[in-house]
Design a binder for this molecule. Structure first.
Ligand SMILES: [Zn+2]
Length: 143
């Protein structure tokens, strides 16, 4: 399987069988994120234990890219400190806007690196960043 097919597979899998597309118990913050240009509409829920994101989930509707990206984002950030999650969001948004990342930075993004081809699809950038942008907004407001 070439890398592009692998990436497509990862995105499909997270879209069809998301691990975190469900409400969580007693979230500390719930924030809606909307991408009107595509119709993506999610509600992101985060729970904190001090500085650490202890649980997260999302509900909503949208295209495959927005849903898969939000699911992967949550996979990545559960267990991270707020600052680490923000750093990942910054890397991710840089990547999908065409910034060149180092190998270490790709590693840090884990499965989210599967969305790197979005940088060649400007119309889908807002879809891919929706979950990440909403997460960043929650954490920025909590500081
Ligand atoms: Zn979309």
């Amino acid at each position: 399987m070439d890398l592009k097919s692998l990436y497509r597979e990862i995105v499909n899998e997270h879209n069809l069988r998301p691990s975190h597309k469900a409400a969580i118990e007693n979230p500390d913050v719930v924030l809606r994120g909307v991408n009107p240009s595509c119709g993506d509409d999610i509600s992101l829920q985060l729970k904190f234990d001090g500085n650490v994101i202890s649980d997260a989930g999302f509900v909503g509707t949208g295209c495959a890219i927005s849903q898969a990206s939000a699911d992967i984002m949550i996979d990545n950030i559960i267990g991270l400190e707020k600052e680490e999650a923000l750093k990942q969001a910054e890397l991710f948004m840089g990547m999908i806007k065409g910034e060149v990342l180092s190998e270490n930075q790709f590693d840090e993004l884990g499965e989210a690196a599967a969305l790197q081809d979005i940088s060649h699809m400007p119309a889908r950038v807002k879809c891919a960043e929706l979950g990440w942008r909403t997460m960043k907004e929650i954490i920025d407001n909590k500081k």
